[in-house]
Design a protein around this ligand. Sequence first.
Ligand code: NAD
Ligand code: PRE
Length: 362
Amino acid sequence: MATVIQRAIVVGTGLIGTSIALALREKSVEVALSDPDPATLDLACELGAGSALDPAAMGAPADVAVIAAPPGAVGSVLRDVQDRGLAHVYTDCASVKDSVVRQTTRLGCDLATYVPGHPMGGREQHGPSAARADLFLGRSWALCPTGKSDSQAVATVVELARLCGAEPLTMDAAQHDSAVALISHAPHVAASAVAARMVSGDDTALALAGQGVRDVTRVAAGDPRMWQEIVGHNAAPVADILEEVAADLTATARALRAGDESGARTVLGLLERGRHGHDRIPGKRGAHRVPGYATLPVVIPDEPDSLARLFAAVGAAGVNIEDVRIDHSPGLPVGVAQLYVQPEALTELAEVLADQGWSVHT
Ligand SMILES: NC(=O)c1ccc[n+]([C@@H]2O[C@H](COP(=O)([O-])OP(=O)(O)OC[C@H]3O[C@@H](n4cnc5c(N)ncnc54)[C@H](O)[C@@H]3O)[C@@H](O)[C@H]2O)c1
Ligand SMILES: O=C(O)C(=O)C[C@]1(C(=O)O)C=C[C@@H](O)C=C1
């Protein structure tokens, strides 16, 4: 079933909504934007994410409407946009899915045209000023169709994810929620618990802070109210993981106080399990860019000679690759090579590679 998204609506133009809109604009999709906060909407428009939604001037419904509002608002926003007939297909971006599906069902939304979604890209900042067109490049995008979502609607939202450079993964809402409790929500709370210790740390201790504590606590800089809402909507799965983390921490503290051989084995056991768990996390996505260079993200197929061909093409264009980072998850058919080049080489290299058929995301 071929679907081509030409016109989209984004409701909620914060970090996620504006990032999706920017990614769609790069693919020449016409985007109409809406947000209850006029300053937020103006900024998203000024950043080139689209133009303000004017329902009177809209004509035919858009191909897809994306709701990028906080989880607790998704049900009522969906009901409203469906009542106004703004699009043929609807999706949302909330970080939790089961409670959102229950809200939409309770509010009598049309579940045939709605496909719950969750793009797995984000940042610890919020609002349109933090948005980036490449936020979802090479990331997974969870789709949790309800039993009632129709197949054309699912195909449209798959296309939306791919237009943003992401790889759609279909699962049910409960499976999604326990997965994100493990890989996103509990880690966020644990990072906040570690970061909260810094409140009473003295200035000398904080002056010593290196990269370690910054890495462990980066996400704790996120919006506390948004995260309270996210973990509150996924309470039981998050609480389950946090209890396991707390048990490990309590056992480790006891073992350290005991200071005996058995205690040493307990500590080593946790550190070894931690390393093993870390090794199981695919790729190294979201690492910070190397300062001073421009980065050119290029999508690479998961084939033996892709990188060699890409490097050869860059060399033939006379450009030196200063550094490279490869974001790739085993099992996904594509990855993203981030090429670090001198800023003055960027535009021409992007054009040369695009002309040769590479999927380049400047
Ligand atoms: N921040 C992340 O890393 C991340 C990643 C993936 C998904 N999400 C999900 O995406 C959604 C948006 O998060 P964000 O980080 O962009 O937050 P944000 O605070 O940057 O943006 C949220 C926007 O929603 C608007 N909004 C609030 N109530 C609304 C309503 N009733 N109708 C329409 N718009 C409304 C706000 O004015 C704001 O502009 C949330 O559901 C969040 O769970 C966040
Ligand atoms: O990278 C970050 O800053 C994020 O917090 C992104 C992150 C995540 O935990 O991976 C956070 C919440 C989302 O719902 C999806 C992605």
